[in-house]
Ligand binder design. Structure first.
Ligand SMILES: C[S@@+](CC[C@H](N)C(=O)[O-])C[C@H]1O[C@@H](n2cnc3c(N)ncnc32)[C@H](O)[C@@H]1O
Length: 223
């Protein structure tokens, strides 16, 4: 999708939907709006953020990696390309996104290289110490409060496992005039503090200039 079309789509969506509906759909896409309006917005608007996240995951062929809040499932698809003898797992609580991502990744699922689950990140259907890496983008805002979700991520990661979390910071959320009742926004400093309080070490934030917004990715390790 060219940039001019994306900007037009964003304006159209903001004119069409109330701030609350847009925020609720962003948190948990559903039905026609989720599939045909929010999904293309996620794919185009978050492509650069997800590319940064993928590069920072530094995936190895044998990695067992989980993406939380996979939405359309484009990143899952790219991860499966790199994890040739490991396994890609995905967890999302939206049935609409679960169906869309399952369709997009049907070949990987049939090859038994990918498993998608429907569920919430504060009660994950996975054993402790399961994953080498956990990825998530544009989900932190919706975790209210975030601590229980971060504890779960910590639990399912193996010792020395890596969390890579992509996000828009408080100033960006403000500039997009998103509904602050649904979008809980954090400064970069606040994200670092949250991750350290959850027990992660070597916490750092990487920023990369991008269109339509600069990308931020937090990287943290389970000791
Ligand atoms: C804004 S979309 C982001 C999609 C994709 N990660 C991206 O960056 O384009 C948020 C996604 O996370 C999912 N999600 C939000 N909170 C979640 C939770 N607590 N557990 C599982 N999935 C969640 C939503 O259903 C939705 O698919």
């Amino acid at each position: 999708m060219p940039n001019w079309l994306f900007i037009g789509l964003v304006r159209f969506v903001k004119a069409l939907l109330s701030d609350r509906t847009l925020a609720l759909q962003s948190r948990k896409p559903s039905g026609f709006l989720g599939r045909f309006v929010l999904q293309p917005l996620f794919i185009k608007g978050n492509a650069e953020l997800n590319a940064l996240l993928l590069s920072q995951l530094k995936l190895q062929p044998d990695n067992r990696v989980l993406e939380i809040g996979f939405g359309p499932g484009v990143l899952l698809n790219q991860m499966a390309d790199l994890v040739s003898c490991g396994h890609v797992y995905g967890l999302d609580f939206s049935e609409t996104m679960f169906q869309a991502a399952s369709q997009r990744n049907q070949a990987w699922i049939l090859e038994e290289r990918m498993t998608l689950r429907l569920g919430s990140s504060d009660a994950m259907p996975f054993e402790a110490n399961t994953f080498d890496k956990v990825a998530t983008a544009n989900t932190l805002y919706f975790w209210q409060p975030p601590e229980s979700h971060l504890q779960e991520i910590y639990r399912v990661l193996k010792p020395t496992g890596l969390l890579v979390l992509g996000f828009r910071d408080e100033a960006q959320i403000e500039s997009m005039q998103l509904d602050r009742w649904i979008f809980n926004a954090y400064s970069q400093k606040a994200v670092k503090k949250l991750l350290k309080s959850a027990g992660f070490i070597n916490v750092e934030i990487i920023c990369q200039p991008a269109i339509p917004l600069d990308s931020y990715v937090a990287i943290a390790t389970k000791p």
